[in-house]
Structure formats: C-alpha cells, structure tokens
Design a protein around this ligand. Structure first.
Ligand code: ADP
Ligand code: MG
Length: 827
C-alpha cells in the first residue's frame, strides 16, 4: 500500500510543508476540515492560503503558528501548539463559509539524509467545541462551573476512547490480514510490486522476500507461466479475474512443486476511476484436489472390485449348478449301472452254467463265446459308469506322482504315437497322495488319448505335477474343491481346444464330439468320478484353438509309503515255486522268464493258449500261471485261467497286460482284486506281484475246505437263485436268505463257514450284517457281493479288513476263489 493511501485513510488531518512553508501534501481529512482542494494548496505558502484574520488585529494567532513552525525548523524537534484561533473555510449546508475555529496542532520535523529538516508534518485537531465549553465554564459560577468542567472531561475522554478504539481496530485489521487462512497480497503499479503480503502468501511462495519487489523479479517462475500477462490484463481492463484450481509451478524450499490454486485478481480502483494496484486473494486447493482425485481413483477401484466379486459369484453359482448336475447325473448313472450289473450277472452266470452242456457242440460253443464277450463289453461299460458315479471299488495306496508319471510315460508314448512330443515337468519334493494307482494310470491314459485326438496326431503333450495349497477362497469358488494341500497333476496339449459349451458338458457320461464309433464319451467321466471319489477335483482350462489343460487336484496324504513299497525299496523277494509263463511275444517272454529265474523260480514257457492248456493238463506241478491278457488263438486268456483254476484249485493266476482296451475290460470282469500286472513293469513290481499272488493262494489253500456251508443273502431273486446254483454246482452246502432279517434268523439257527451277502439289501446294509456276523463268529468268512460298486468298506475299516469284495458280474471261478479267500480255517 502506498503511503498516501494510509495518509488518506486517517481520520486525523495531516499536511506537509517544505522549509519555505509551502504545501507539499495534505490528506483528505485536512482537505475536509479546511474545505479545500488539494490543487489549491500544493506549492502555495500556508499564510497565503489562510490569510490575515481581520478580527485578530494583532494577527496573534498567525504569529503563534509561524513561531511554532520556525521553532520546529530550527530545533529539529517536535513542537506543540496548544491552542490557536484560526479562521478557515468550512463546508456547511448553506455552502462554504469562512468561520472561526479553534485548533490544536503538532509540528513534526522530517529530516533528509543529511539530518537537515526537509519538511514539517502538521497534525491538526479541530478543538472548537472543547474551547467553547471551556469559555462557557469560565463565565459560569459555582455549581454550573463544576457541571461544565465535568462535561469537558467527559467529552475529552470520549474522544480519547474513540481514538484508541480506532487504533485497536486498525491493529485488528492488520492481524486479520496477516493471519487470514487464504493467501492475500497487494500489488502496486504497472510493474506489480508487492506492497503487502500475508503469512499464507509468504508460505505459498516458499517464504521468499517479496515485499518491495516486482512480481517478475520476486517470483520468476510465475512470470514464465504467463501470470504477468494476466495481471496486466486485469489492470488494464479493470475487470477482476477469477481462477479455479489453476496449476501453478512454484519454487518452494529448493524444488519446484505444482500447487492448485483458487484465486481472484481484484483491481484496486481509485476515486478517479484509475487502477492503482491489484488485490490478490485465494486458497491453495491442492490437497482437496488430490483427495478428490484419490476418491475418483478409489471409486474406479471399487467398481472393479464389485465387478470382480459379481463375476466370482456368478462363477461360483454356475460351478455349483454344474456340481449339482454332475451329482444328479452321477446317482442316476449309478442306479443304471447297478441294475445293469445284476442283469449281466444273470446272463454271465447262466452262460457259465450252460457251458458244460454244450461242450461237444462247436456251433453252440462259438455262440456261447460271443455271448460271453458281449457280457464282457457290457461289464466294461458298467465299470466305467460306476467310475463316474464314484462307486467303483478303489484300492488306494500311497503314491508318489514323480515315480508314477515316469512309469506310465512309455505307455502314454505308445498310446499317443510318435508324432506327439511328450514332456514331463514334475516339481521336486512332491507331496504324496493316497490314490488307486491303476485308476490313476487310467486317468493319465484317458487324458493322453483325448489330447492325441485333439491334436490330430501331432503336437506337444505336457504332463506336469506340482504342490499347491488351496485356500478357503478357492474352495468357496469351486464347490467341489476342498481347502488344503494338494498335488496338482495336469495334462496339457496344443490341440483344438474346447468351446464353453463343450467344457460345460465334457464330464457327462456319453458326451462326445467325436464321430460314431470314435468316441464313447466315457473317458472324462471316468476321470471325473475317480478323482472325486478320491477326494480331489478336476478343472478344465481350454479355449478353441488354444489347447487344453486338464488339472487333477489330488489331496495330499501324510501316510508313509505302504509296506509293499518299502519291501520293494528294500529289494525284491523271490521264491522257488514253479511258474508257467504264457506270452506270445518272443522278446517279452524271454525277458520275463529271465527275470523270474533270476528271482529263483522254476519257469516253464508257453507261446499259445493251446500249449499252455496242454502243459496244465499234463499234470505238471504248476503253482502260478503268468498270462498275457491278449493271447493268440481260440482260447481267451481268462478262459484259460478259469479252466486251469477249475482243474487245479491250488493254482494261482497272474495276468499281465500291455494296457490295451482289453485290459480294462478284463479288469472289470475280474473285479477289483484283478491280479493284473501292467506292462511295462519293473523287476521289483514283477517280483512283488508274483510273491503277493503266490502268498495269497497259499493262505487260501490252507483255509480251503472242499465243501463249505454258505449262507447266501441276496434280495434280487434271479441273482440269488443263480448264486445258489453256482455254489451248489461247485459242491457247497448252500442256504439262502432274501433279506437281512432272514439272514439273521439263519445265522442264529446254524453255523456257516462263509456269509455271502449282497451289499445293498432292502432292510439292512450287507456291510452291517457282515459286521454283526463276524463279531458273533470270529471264524466266519465274509464275501461282499457288490453290484452297485459302492465302497463296500472303507480303506481304514479294520473290522472288515478280512472280508472279500466280489464285484458283479462274476464268473463261477471267481466266486469260488472269493469263497476260498474268505474262508478261515476252524481249528
Ligand atoms: P471321448 O473322448 O470319447 O469323446 P471324453 O469324455 O474323453 O469322451 O471327452 C468328451 C469330450 O470332451 C470329447 O469328445 C471332446 O469334445 C472333449 N475333449 C476332451 N478332452 C479334450 C482335449 N484334450 N482337447 C479338446 N477337447 C477335448
Ligand atoms: Mg476320451
């Protein structure tokens, strides 16, 4: 603010005289009390302007005034003029009149740089009213005089109060300006020189020393950003400028920082309409702006989150629907397989019973064989359905996937063909799983065959395994998944991929996109059912044209490897029994014969069914028949086995298979305890399985009695009669029961060697019935016949551990061996 503004703002009258007592300046208050115009005063001597007073003949008052001024000039000290009477022009409602007034004045010397008086500042107060009161008081007497004096004092103190109030107000205004939360400054003149700046402004510009300096010089970076031009424009136009959240780069504490400012440039307009300066006032809104930006950021993020949650929810719902659908299809399939198995059992049993009657009739024998092979195909189908329905009898063991995937690789190689590259990618330190090894082989084979089909015979197949821990969130998203440690086995291909629709339905039994006769639609159903039954789950990741990955999650087990595996690790155990090897492939036969001889066995070789039968019928003391599932010639391997077993009940049989489709059918036909050794096998595996089969046979031979008392419990009439007939034909003493209640009655009345019961009875579970019977009679053998493939007993069921499970459909020879395996010697 320029000095004259303050000067003019004061309610007190001021004027400045030079050494010749000519007017140099006068403020507005002075002009007001003297009813003068500035241009009439400036440059003129004071006594010219206010001339001789005719009513003061001696001109005493003018002399007093002159004396005081001269004293001031001379002494260079402030001089007080208590009271003079002086006539000055005065504004009245009737115009300007010259009137007598009383004045009190102070003269203050203003020194130049040499210390000489350059000017005299006069401060004048109009004390006319006070003087009049005093005169009145002088003339009055007594009480009246007292009263007047009191009045004078009161007026004087009132004037003093007003003055100090004004001063307080000025201070307060200054304080407010200084402390105002918004930034403020006043720029004067065309160069925009800082005249005033408050605390907030100084903070904004990094506490730079701006007062008295033009903006261009004080804040050069601001000048560069075009603000000087803006100030010029406001000054020129007289129109204020209002800016909102304007970014301004400011140097603060040694670095440049962008602040966002709301501000106004307000022109300061003088009485004559000219713009003397600019008032700048505003707020730093950087933080608000940042907060707002952040909110907008945050809002977008929130929207993403909500969208993601919604997606996840939809996914979960569709996964749940899918799981429910699979569940429903599963129980339907299980039911169908159950009925189907009972039918097959009746057919197979009757065919077996007819066989001796038509032995001499080649035509009838051929038809019988065809019918039997149709039963086999049916059995294979129903075993796949049971697998899907999660009702196959599993034989889980501790499995290390590193080894399993390595062992199965040659097999997969054969299955997919040379054009497909196979890579194994198995993480070291894999956790163990508790799973049916043979079924898991099946899973890999099914997946590899699907990959081969999808890749049209050429491409890349990756079998990977790694440890994963599924969290609760994942488990929540996948109704089939359980949280916890898993081993993830995955099979990826570079094939055609699947559409969403195909993925949706791929696990359904009989769903296939392959042509008639090329696909059964049962591969993935088996994978699904088996993995679910094992406590894991399966996931498909695929897109058309981008290949497929099937992920199989198997729960981790903390069990240690089975004793078998340990024995294997410790070294293969051999024996001295005699083994008949039936194998048509010369190289394979030579190898296995060498291996077995190496283990200490006596080995006899046969290259066809006919020669094997000839050897068996010759009466040679054979302990074990080791036979390939696929043998050339009229006789099928299992027929050879059945005949051999019938003829020599003490004979053990071990099948081996190159893992053709026949192996699966074979297995279905022989039940879960299929004595089957899959090719390729290691020396240890061969040794282990041979020993296992021989030892089991030795045990059941010990237990064998030529004729047993058997209680058959079966609700299905056909099946019951058939079983009865078969067992009677085998020379056993048979009694039958159609329900659990009947069976209990029978058990109370008589003692049996073996309880042969169906698992699914109408009134009580066959498993419960068996448990009770075994508790009552520790020597009772139990065979659980299962057409439903339901888990007849759990892996940990010690009470039922010695029960034998026989899956329908079964052949007479299988029934017989099951009875023998179940029977316990009574000593
Ligand atoms: P099948 O192989 O007999 O058709 P599956 O149950 O094994 O039956 O598979 C069902 C369907 O899933 C297949 O017909 C095919 O459409 C699809 N599918 C399975 N595996 C793959 C794969 N690796 N790549 C592309 N599609 C596949
Ligand atoms: Mg398939």
């Amino acid at each position: 603010m320029q000095l004259h503004s303050i000067f003019d703002a004061s309610p007190n009258a001021y004027m400045v005289l030079d050494r010749e007592l000519r007017f140099v300046a006068a403020n507005e208050a002075y002009l007001r009390v003297t009813a003068s115009r500035l241009e009439d005063l400036i440059g003129r001597v004071i006594f010219e302007v206010f001339p001789h007073d005719p009513e003061d003949p001696d001109n005493d008052n003018a002399r007093l005034l002159r004396a005081s001024l001269e004293r001031t000039l001379r002494s260079k000290r402030r001089d007080h003029l208590a009271l003079i009477r002086y006539r000055v022009p005065r504004e009245t409602p009737n115009g300007v009149v010259v009137a007598e007034r009383f004045w009190s004045a102070t003269h203050t010397p203003i020194l130049d740089e040499r210390g000489e008086v350059a000017y005299v500042l006069q401060h004048t107060s109009d004390v006319t009213e006070l003087e009049r009161l005093r005169a009145a008081a002088r003339d009055a007497t007594g009480e009246r005089q007292h009263q007047l004096e009191a009045d004078v004092l009161a007026r004087a103190s009132a004037v003093q109060d007003t003055n100090s109030a004004l001063e307080a107000e000025r201070r307060r205004m200054q304080q407010l300006f200084r402390q105002a939360p918004g930034f403020m400054c006043v720029l004067g003149g065309p160069d925009h020189v800082f005249e005033l700046a408050n605390q907030a402004y100084l903070e904004l510009v990094g506490a730079r020393d701006v007062i008295g300096r033009p903006v261009r010089e004080a804040l050069p970076e601001v000048a560069e950003q075009g603000f000087i031009e803006l100030l010029d424009r406001v000054r020129k136009s007289g129109e204020p400028f209002v800016g909102r959240a304007i970014p301004v780069a400011l140097e603060r504490g040694g670095h440049v920082e962008t602040r966002y400012l709301d501000f106004v440039y307000q022109p300061v307009i003088e009485a004559d309409g000219t713009t003397s300066g600019l008032f700048v006032q505003g707020h730093d809104v950087t933080e608000e702006r940042r907060a707002r930006d952040e909110v907008a950021r945050y809002r977008d993020h929130l929207e993403d989150l909500v969208a993601e949650r919604t997606r996840a929810l939809e996914q979960s719902e569709s996964a749940l629907r899918h799981a429910q659908k699979m569940e429903a299809v599963g129980s339907l399939t299980g039911g169908v397989a159950h009925d189907f198995n009972n039918l097959l059992q009746v057919i197979a049993g009757n065919l077996a019973l007819i066989a001796p009657d038509v032995a001499g009739d080649p035509q009838a024998t051929r038809r019988l064989r065809e019918a039997t092979s149709a039963v086999e195909r049916g059995a294979k189908l129903s075993s796949q359905l049971l697998a899907f329905a999660r009702r196959q009898e599993l034989d889980p063991e501790v499995v290390e996937l590193d080894r399993l995937t390595r062992d199965v690789e040659p097999l997969l190689r054969r299955a997919v063909g040379e054009q497909i590259e196979i890579a194994r990618d198995v993480e070291p330190g894999l956790w163990r799983t508790f799973v049916d090894r043979n079924q898991l082989d099946n899973v890999l084979l099914n997946l590899a065959i699907n990959a081969r089909d999808a890749m049209n015979g050429a491409g890349r197949l990756v079998i990977a395994a790694r440890n994963v821990t599924l969290d609760a969130e994942r488990a929540a998203r996948h109704p089939e998944a359980t949280a916890g440690d898993h081993v993830l086995l995955s099979v990826s291909d570079t094939g055609c991929g699947m559409t969403r629709e195909v993925i949706e339905r791929a696990f359904e039994p009989f769903f296939t996109t392959k042509g008639e006769g090329r696909g059964t639609g049962l591969g993935l159903s088996m994978v699904y059912g088996f993995v679910r039954q094992t406590g894991g789950h399966v996931a498909i990741t695929s897109e058309p044209g981008r290949g497929t990955t099937i992920e199989v999650y198997l729960p981790r087990t903390h069990r240690v490897a089975d004793a078998d595996t340990e024995a294997t690790a410790a070294g293969a155990r051999g024996g001295s029994e005699t083994i008949l090897v039936l194998e048509d492939d010369v190289a394979v036969r030579a190898t296995v014969v060498d291996l077995l001889r190496d283990l200490g066995y006596r080995v006899i070789e046969a290259d066809s069914g006919a020669s094997a039968m000839a050897i068996l019928e010759s009466g040679a003391a054979i302990d074990l028949l080791f036979v390939d599932v696929v043998v050339p010639g009229a006789l099928r391997s299992h027929e050879i086995a059945a005949r051999a077993e019938a003829a020599r009940p003490e004979l053990a049989v071990l099948f081996t298979s190159g893992y053709s489709e026949d192996a699966v059918a074979h297995e279905a036909l022989l039940g879960r305890r299929a004595r089957l050794l899959r090719k390729p096998y290691s020396r240890d595996e061969l040794a282990r399985r041979v020993r296992e089969v021989l030892d089991a046979r030795a045990r059941s031979c010990d237990a064998a009695v030529s004729s047993m008392r058997v209680l058959i419990v079966e609700d299905d009439d056909d099946s019951r009669e058939l079983a009865g007939e078969m067992l009677s034909a085998l020379g056993h003493d048979v009694q039958i029961a159609a329900s659990g209640a009947q069976a209990r009655e029978a058990l109370q009345r008589a003692r049996f060697d073996v309880l042969f019961t169906d698992v699914g009875l109408p009134d009580v579970s066959g498993v419960e019935l068996a448990r009770g019977a075994m508790r009552d009679d520790a020597h009772m053998g139990v065979v659980l016949a299962s057409g439903y493939g339901e888990s007849a007993r759990s892996a940990d069921d010690t009470e039922l551990a010695r029960a034998v499970v026989l899956e329908k459909p079964y052949l007479p020879a299988q029934l017989e061996s099951a009875l023998r395996a179940a029977a316990r010697p009574r000593s």
